[in-house]
Design a protein around this ligand. Sequence first.
Ligand code: PBG
Length: 332
Amino acid sequence: MVLQTPSSVRFPTARMRRLRSSGLLRDMVRETTLDSRDFIYPIFVTHGRGVEDAIASMPGVSRLSVDKLAAQGRELLSLGIPAVLLFGLPEAKDEVGSGAYDPDGIVQRAVRELKNAVPELLVVTDVCLCEYTSHGHCGVIRNGDVDNDESLELLAQTSLSHATAGADIVAPSDMMDGRVSAIRATLDAEGRTNVPIMAYSAKYASAFYGPFREAADSTPQFGDRRSYQMDPANVREALREVQLDIEEGADIVIVKPAMAYLDVIARVRERFSLPIATYNVSGEYAMVKAAAQNGWIDEQRVVLELLTGMRRAGADMIITYHAKDASRWLRQ
Ligand code: PBG
């Protein structure tokens, strides 16, 4: 007698449609979840008072002044979104990005305001110099190039000033080599041993950052970021970047952008066990919004499908400008 092993079960015995035949069954066999608790909402903080300055290429997203943050934070919590990622637009820029590590800088003030007004909200700060340097690069310039090692001290000081202001997590996005260990060492030396580092480990030199650079006024004034951000063609290199950042002390790694890099998320997920975040960036948001405004796609279904895809690829958390809308839709 020949025993039938499960793998030899074929049509008509095996019918894939059986488990798709009702909503209840589909809910029961769903492999991936999407929840507002997975989201991190990016916020652009600007100087001034009472400012809510809409960003043209990112419909629904505005630059907010510090006094507007408490209300924003409360809205996010009410939607079930646990965390924000802060970016700062300083009043003035200089060659060495002083505004980034100024104890009274825009992000430092924003952190104090949020932790004071809405302490239950997790505050993540983007650590980078590009919004604060007159040349728009993510480090200091020496002989026409971004000087890696000299930039490390400034990034570490920036991280420390964020932690001192009360940041829950620091997220370096500059892509300098050795920044994670420089930041970890500085935080630890100052007693901030419990502040995690969420490293933008696999950050690609992407055209999808266009609307962000307009919003944050951080376009490089010469050249581009290809000598420090990754080549979009590479995935093994991303695994090396992640490996190095883990060895240097990263607690969470980021893959960025998301949509064109789902395979990178999946490869990182397969190889490493630490939490992964992905950044669904400004250009990805802008494309979806533009198509939706033209009536060419069903925004709600497209957004939830994209975010589900990022989770299915292996991301634990998603940094996304869609967070508020998606959270509302998920509650319906
Ligand atoms: C700063 C930074 C950028 C983004 C996040 N952090 C811009 C860049 O690297 O040019 C992009 C985020 C987005 O496009 O939404 N280095």
